[in-house]
Design a protein around this ligand. Structure first.
Ligand SMILES: C[S@@+](CC[C@H](N)C(=O)[O-])C[C@H]1O[C@@H](n2cnc3c(N)ncnc32)[C@H](O)[C@@H]1O
Length: 292
């Protein structure tokens, strides 16, 4: 059972700016060092996301991604209730529309608060759609919030998928694999649960120093690359579109000492993540893979 008070104390410790008297050692450099240790990274995300869900669930936040906007924009027809999430839905549309999902059995790994799972199930009409996430509070939120025929949610780990071999026609993964300590292990799991001919539809980012490891894991995976694209500019435009909403949410829902971390997490213009994407220090890409 996750202890919310303990989580808050650990996140408080991580979020504090005065963690060292050496001005060269900032919260960000300490976080970077901690994140480079696989099991520590998993622990941080395991604590951060349930904490975040508890903080923002009353606001009905359905998406946790940086969003996507093309230039000129795609005329995606949305229901009025989906309109506030247009920019985040556009990232899901970009990823999921790379393969036909009608009548298919689809798994989404790291579905977050389930906004993408609900939108894809309602609009692309797969036979079934399973949303999986490590965050138990997030899965509970999804189960309470999304009631769509064919859509179910399950708690579980991307690196140890709780499904038999060859059980899905497509696997979707949006902006989450940077959290996994064992990315090659995740790719093997995706290949294991996909049926022959099935698709892996994927998007995520990496900082420059992690790109060689990212690419070599992808090249070694038992999956064929059908298409890949750098979508950094589209994601920057998505961050711009969501900027005011993200700033309001951070100001209202996060304590002061976590607001700078929150700005980074949400990719608010001026944050470290936003600047890194602008300068090319961070690369954001999408892929369509097929299992042969
Ligand atoms: C940035 S959020 C993206 C969520 C969602 N895809 C979206 O776009 O709204 C990353 C998600 O990855 C999940 N996650 C982190 N580590 C995981 C793991 N080992 N297994 C499954 N999910 C994980 C987190 O709980 C979080 O929901």
């Amino acid at each position: 059972m996750i202890d919310a008070g303990r989580n808050a104390r650990i996140i408080f410790f991580i979020g504090r700016r005065s963690v060292s008297s050496d001005p060269n050692i900032t919260m960000t450099t300490i976080l970077d060092r901690l994140f480079s240790i696989g099991p520590v990274r998993k622990t941080i995300w395991r604590l951060w996301y349930p904490f975040l869900t508890r903080r923002i669930r009353s606001e009905g936040v359905l998406f946790l991604n940086y969003a996507f906007q093309t230039e000129p924009s795609v005329d995606l027809q949305l229901l009025p209730e989906d309109e506030p999430n247009r920019a985040c839905i556009q990232l899901y549309h970009h990823v999921a529309s790379q393969a036909e999902l009608l009548g298919k059995q689809v798994l989404e790994v790291s579905c977050g608060h389930g906004g993408g799972a609900s939108w894809i199930t309602r609009t692309m009409q797969p036979a079934s759609y399973t949303g999986l996430d490590l965050n138990p509070a997030g899965i509970q939120f999804c189960q309470r919030h999304h009631h769509v025929p064919g859509l179910t949610f399950k708690q579980g780990d991307a690196q140890n998928l709780p499904f038999p071999d060859q059980s899905f026609d497509a696997v979707i993964n949006v902006e989450a694999s940077h959290c996994y300590p064992d990315f090659p292990g995740f790719l093997s799991e995706v290949a294991r649960v996909l049926r022959p001919g099935g698709y892996f539809l994927y998007a995520d980012f990496r900082f420059r120093q992690s790109i060689p490891g990212w690419e070599s894991a992808i090249n070694a995976a038992p999956l064929k690359v059908v298409r890949t694209r750098d979508i950094g500019n589209e994601v920057l435009r998505g961050m711009d579109l969501n900027a005011q909403r993200s700033r309001n949410l951070i100001r209202e829902r996060l304590p002061g000492f976590l607001q700078s971390l929150g700005n980074d997490f949400a990719g608010v213009p001026g944050s470290r993540i936003y600047s890194a994407l602008q300068t090319g220090e961070l690369s954001y890409r999408s892929w369509c893979f097929q299992k042969s």
